[in-house]
Design a protein around this ligand. Structure first.
Ligand code: PGA
Length: 221
């Protein structure tokens, strides 16, 4: 486990990602939205050719949103990154048909996920894999915990109140070649500590990363 603890982490993380893309232009990435990775994405957006051969999978999506909701995970990632860098392949997650989880799994199975970029919930969730989610789980429709529903109101500003979503499962996140977790702010201090120093348990999904051989935590001070 590597830990970067520095106020300039969005820059450093973006530089690290660009270096990986130069080494392996056809990388397959799974990318989170939420608020934490956005400064890193805006740096990456200044490199319009970096993702030209890369494939990007969206990590998760809220259910029950109007098609034009600007704070959906898909609309957010498109706005901050995809629209600027135009990867060879971009795979969002639909929430309105039953076959979608299997279709996302098929996308993942077409090649290994080289790098997964994650945020972390105050309850330790990764993507929408809430406490208790199975460590070997694959893409699924899931119900959100009250803290996640409340937390998401930062994005939706009262327009909608999603209570469920579709997420890539812990099994595929834990099987990725490399995993990054980005966390910033006081509210994440306790859960980062529990995830990195407490027991590895499905009760704290991010603690399962202790079993992964190549995890980097990007933290602010
Ligand atoms: P945040 O969300 O980056 O907006 O804090 C992270 C998460 O809930 O996974």
């Amino acid at each position: 486990m590597k830990v970067h603890r520095d106020g300039s982490w969005p820059i450093e993380a973006a530089e690290s990602l660009l270096a990986r893309l130069r080494e392996r232009p056809q990388m397959r990435l799974c990318l989170a939205t939420g608020s934490t990775p956005l400064p890193m994405y805006s740096r990456l957006a200044q490199h319009p050719d970096a993702f030209a051969a890369a494939s990007v999978l969206l990590l998760d999506e809220f259910g029950g949103l109007p098609a034009d909701e600007p704070a959906s995970c898909d609309a957010t990632l498109r706005r901050v990154l995809i629209h600027h860098v135009r990867p060879a392949d971009y795979r969002a997650i639909a929430t309105d048909h039953l076959g979608e989880p299997a279709a996302v799994d098929a996308w993942i199975d077409a090649g290994r996920l080289d790098l997964v970029v994650l945020g972390i919930g105050v309850n330790g969730h990764l993507g929408m894999n809430e406490p208790g989610a199975p460590a070997e789980g694959r893409t699924a429709r899931v119900d959100l915990e009250p803290t996640t529903i409340e937390g998401a109101q930062r994005y939706f500003e009262g327009r909608v109140r999603p209570t469920w979503g579709v997420t890539v499962g812990l099994g595929d996140l834990l099987a990725a070649g490399e995993v990054w977790v980005l966390a910033a702010g006081e509210s994440k201090v306790d859960i980062v500590r529990r995830s990195t120093e407490g027991p590895a348990t499905t009760a704290v999904p991010a603690s399962l990363l202790q079993h992964h051989p190549d995890v980097t935590w990007w933290l602010d001070r």
